[in-house]
Design a protein around this ligand. Structure first.
Ligand code: NAI
Length: 335
């Protein structure tokens, strides 16, 4: 039995967490969940959206599954997600993006991976009100963080038989910050001659992704572009309901979907748990429970392919609960 931190989050977080925990239990995952609440719901009782106990739990367990947490827009407390990644030094945000059979989209043969720097850039949260009519935000890019994320991207490419790494920046405009990121990517690329290294500006990348996404393999990006391009890529494969992710550090990882807390569908039983489930499958592999991971993946793929019980974001009319029950009933299926 392995202890893993579980953050149910808010919005649709608790409902999709409940579905995913049920699926993992039915599949026989050997996990003892250490449940840690965070977000706006705990501010009143604990005075902070990210209590130290959450960080301590992850530090101790070295692995977590996290559902989305709401961040107030334009005001309020700092993002729990950003604080968590920063305080645990989860420097790499991995977001695989691959077509799933059964999910119809105009795009085919999408199989790319986003490697997003996770600790700096405009997400450093250094903002200042200059006067009533102007404000300033500081974009931080360091050589240390840029070199290590580039190294991570190339190592990932080698380990996973990927062919190409594209460094994505806006270095024509942000000459010093994105220019530094690009120089670091160039420096690291020289150590990996077996991987083709290319560079592309982020605006051009967005256009090309919606025309020929199959041309891209590993995308290496600073924090902000990585976040935005992730949602674009989720759209290529069927939407945020199926886009998984992981925040990786040297000895700790937090697995979480790309999507947010989706307040527009909270409590309507429409939330699709696939993105969190795919993140949980990667967590199972991370904690050496690959057999259970494969069993769940097969059940999920069968459910998607048959299209009998899909949630509305995937063109079906099943509730999240019915979709979950269908996956559970498919658990003994083997590909
Ligand atoms: P969102 O990702 O929550 O929702 C965007 C759209 O996708 C909505 O129409 C929503 O209904 C749909 N959607 C998202 N997940 C879905 C799912 N599992 N099943 C079906 N439909 C789904 O983005 P939004 O509305 O911009 O952000 C809401 C809140 O979430 C904000 O406070 C934001 O800061 C936070 N957020 C948190 C993240 C995290 O915890 N890692 C990541 C992204 C946003």
């Amino acid at each position: 039995m392995r202890t893993v931190t579980l953050i149910p989050g808010d919005g649709i977080g608790p409902e999709i967490t409940d579905y995913v925990v049920r699926i993992l239990k039915a599949a026989g995952a050997q996990i003892d969940w250490d449940i840690q609440n965070a977000g706006s719901d705990v501010i009143e009782t604990e005075g902070t959206a990210l209590p130290q106990r959450v960080i301590d739990s992850i530090k101790k367990n070295k692995a977590a599954l996290k559902a989305p947490v709401t961040t107030p827009i334009g005001k309020g407390f700092r993002s729990v997600n950003v604080q968590l990644r920063k305080s645990l030094d989860l420097f790499a945000n991995l977001r695989p993006c691959k077509n799933l059979e059964g999910i119809e989209t105009p795009f085919h043969n999408v199989d790319l991976i986003i490697v997003r720097e996770n600790t700096e850039d405009l997400y450093a949260g250094i903002e200042k009100q200059i006067d009533e009519d102007s404000a300033q935000s500081i974009k931080i890019i360091t050589k240390k963080a840029s070199l290590r994320i580039a190294e991570f991207a190339f190592q990932y490419a080698v380990k996973n038989n990927r062919k190409t790494v594209h460094a994505v920046t806006k270095a024509n405009i942000c000459k010093l910050t994105d220019g530094l990121f690009l120089n670091c990517a160039r420096e690291i690329s020289k150590k990996y001659p077996q991987i083709e290294y290319k560079e592309i500006l982020v605006d051009n990348l967005c256009m090309q992704l919606v025309q020929n996404p199959e041309k891209f393999d590993v995308l290496l990006l600073p924090n902000l572009y990585g976040d935005i391009v992730s949602d674009l890529c989720a759209g290529l494969i069927g939407g945020l309901g199926v886009a998984q992710g992981a925040n990786i550090g040297y000895d700790t990882a937090v697995f979480e979907p790309v999507h947010g807390s989706a307040p527009d569908i909270k409590g309507l039983n429409k939330a699709n748990p696939t993105a969190l489930l795919l993140s949980a499958i990667d967590l199972l592999i991370y904690i050496n429970q690959k057999e259970t991971a494969d069993k769940i993946r097969n059940a999920l793929l069968k459910t998607l392919k048959e299209r009998k019980k899909l949630t509305s974001d995937l063109g079906g009319n099943a509730s999240g609960e019915e979709f979950t029950n269908e996956i559970i009933s498919n658990l003994n299926y083997s590909c």
